[in-house]
Design a protein around this ligand. Sequence first.
Ligand code: SAH
Ligand code: MG
Length: 223
Amino acid sequence: MSTSSTLVTREHFDYLRARTRAEDPFLTELRAAAVAAGIPAISIAPEQASFLQILLKGCGAKRVLEVGTLAGYSAIAMARALPPAAEGGDLLTLELLEKHGAFAREWAGRSDVGDRVEVRVGPAAETLATLPDRSRDVAFLDADKGGYRVYLEHCLRIVRPGGLILVDNAFAFGELFAEEPRDPEVGAVRDFNDHMARTAGLQGVIVPIGDGMWVAVVEPNTP
Ligand code: SAH
Ligand code: MG
């Protein structure tokens, strides 16, 4: 197949990271504190945080939904791309585990964007069912991969037409093509990627940043 793509290597990732706005000291500190608290080190990459901010600023997002808070790294990063709460900036992040939710709430409160971050603890599918249609400009999915299809279904309703649906870990923790993957969620990621590609009313592409991230727009003519 003829292609004009360049094979992206570790060297390219290091190169682009060195040319992307660096992680600020607060988020570096949060990352370290999360590890010290026994929270897994699986937050998004710093250059991915910068990319998310660019996407949010580029589409003038005000109301953002995240599924999968962990320590609040991506939530705080995204909230920084939103206007203050008084001007409509609102990031709602959903987390299953009380421990993660409490940590993220504490750090969001200490950050410069505590006004616009809300952490809600519980199974994401239950909370998503309570959110109104067309109430968010952007959704970022980054929780249990087996739940992605259900989360996407909700987001197609919750995100306004013209808004974005972003989904992390499309490269399945680096094991997308592994014959015997070690991570039990790899199969769910593969199935989800195929499903996402076929979903009507969405135009998306997997962007090879971090562990691969879907960037999709909800097509405005979706009923
Ligand atoms: N977005 C974060 C990383 C999230 S890691 C960041 O980049 O900083 C995935 C998180 O999803 C974990 O904290 C996990 O506890 C949470 N999770 C797993 N199953 C969930 C569910 N059913 N509902 C909500 N959150 C869930
Ligand atoms: Mg992730």
